[in-house]
Unconditional design. Structure first.
Length: 150
């Protein structure tokens, strides 16, 4: 005698699928009956008010704002429009290990730490020296290069 191919889990999945189908049909019939009873199909037109919310009433024309086409900026500002900032920064050496050849400099303007390597030094530095430096993007963030004592 052959075993039935219908397992318990297959029959349970089939029951769930049929129940879901019946529930969907009931909801559809309920919406259809509600539509026939009320005689409307919801909001015919949707308007957006001055706050960006959807409403069924048109917005007040007095709150309308005229915008000039030239005032709309769609792209990033051009490089010549941006203010030029000085690439040379000042800071203080918080840590420097001359045997390993690296250290950290704290920027005096924003108090951020920047990594520096012996290859980016112009003068020899030690801890607590006041220095000037430039920033360059490294593999793990910004690095201090062209480091000179003040």
């Amino acid at each position: 005698m052959a075993k039935s191919q219908q397992t318990f889990s297959k029959s349970e999945k089939e029951k769930k699928r049929l129940k879901k189908k019946l529930d969907k049909k009931k909801k559809m019939d309920a919406r259809k009956a509600d539509r026939e009873e009320n005689g409307t199909e919801g909001i015919q037109f949707a308007y957006v008010d001055h706050n960006g919310n959807l409403t069924d009433t048109p917005p007040d024309p007095d709150l309308k704002i005229e915008v000039e086409l030239e005032d709309i900026a769609v792209s990033v500002p051009k490089k010549e429009d941006l203010p030029q900032e000085d690439p040379v920064r000042k800071g203080k050496v918080s840590f420097f290990d001359s045997s390993k050849g690296f250290g950290f400099i704290i920027d005096s303007m924003n108090n951020e730490k920047y990594f520096t390597h012996v290859s980016g030094l112009i003068d020899t530095i030690i801890e607590n020296d006041k220095v000037s430096f430039e920033l360059e993007r490294g593999m793990r963030g910004m690095n201090a290069v062209k480091v000179t004592k003040i």
